[in-house]
Ligand binder design. Sequence first.
Ligand code: CTP
Ligand code: MG
Length: 383
Amino acid sequence: MKIGAIIVAAGRGERAGGGIPKQFRKLAGRSVLARSYQALAAHPALTAIVLVTHPHDTARLDAVDEELGLVTRRVVGGATRSDSVRAGLAALSDAGVDAVMIHDAARPFLSHALIDRLADALATHSAVIPVMPVTDALMRLDASGEILEAVDRETLGAAQTPQAFHLDTICQAHDQAAGQAFADDAAVIRAAGGTVFSVPGESGNYKLTRPEDFQRAEAELMSTAITVTGQGFDVHRLEPADTMWLCGVALHEGLGLVGHSDADAGLHAVTDAVLGCAGAGDIGQHFPPSDPQWRGAASDKFLLHALDLLAKAGGEAVHVDVTLICERPKVGQYRAAMQARLAELMELPMARVNIKATTTEKLGFTGRGEGLAAQAIVTARMT
Ligand code: CTP
Ligand code: MG
């Protein structure tokens, strides 16, 4: 059975606050949407993924596109979650799948085991959802808050997503429910008279709904985080020139660095240090000097790509320390600009970016002014 997925991410996240829709907020360096997306995309059973988004979020989506990594179909959602799901189903209709898992972008912590359980159940059921037992005592209240009666929790459960369906079953049910809004897709099936099976949900697969859910998620991610370091080293030849690019800043000291790209040895060392944190090899593997597309390239690109790879590996750079080794140019007057540029590129506060410079007492190739060397150490938090 070929299974696709729909991620509904067109909501406004009003209860969560935070200034932007909750699916675009970052948790330990990676957006909620990227986390949900990657959890589904990394599962081999899911072939096509449709992302349902809000028309106001185009710029935000472009910003996470790199994080998402895979080419995905995007469609515009509707005013209610049910409308958004209908838009997603329409977009999935020609993807050649027999079944679909419909998932809230706001649940980024689902496991592969949960997807496995749902996929297995689809072999024998046309609608299956994850359900958690309810642990609190439950009661029915009136509008004033007075308790009317206790409700037996043994017969109740809390529904999660992804919710999995045979495609024809869920499409028919949603057609019948056109124009109506339901809390979830299991309710749409029930309204159409269908049956819905359940598998055990996961306590970790909670929905980020209120500000305290974000606090919980951050705290949980931090409690298991580890710190890694990566180091980088680069050398380029010096020659007379109008401009030298160093740590993303243009220096006009009558000297330039020679290389295939803009030869910014500072950014190359930082890029290699970031790749070190990500366990992703070195800059030459990702941007071979033999490839003409990198001729004269601004090295910002290399660093941003390395940071994306780090994010995909679950990492977030938290500190960078650079040492520039040369007799000339004198780095001092450019130090603050370099620090600011690196802070901007790496989304770090200035206090987490340090630029040092040293000479080698006229010894060696740097001492003779033949070349400039750069070293960098990047510290990253892996979650
Ligand atoms: N959703 C959607 N289209 C809507 C409403 C909700 O795609 N018109 C999505 C949300 O983006 C979210 C999921 O449905 O991933 C679950 O909804 P909810 O947690 O209620 O998210 P929001 O509607 O964004 O939040 P709030 O209700 O607090 O505004
Ligand atoms: Mg909502």
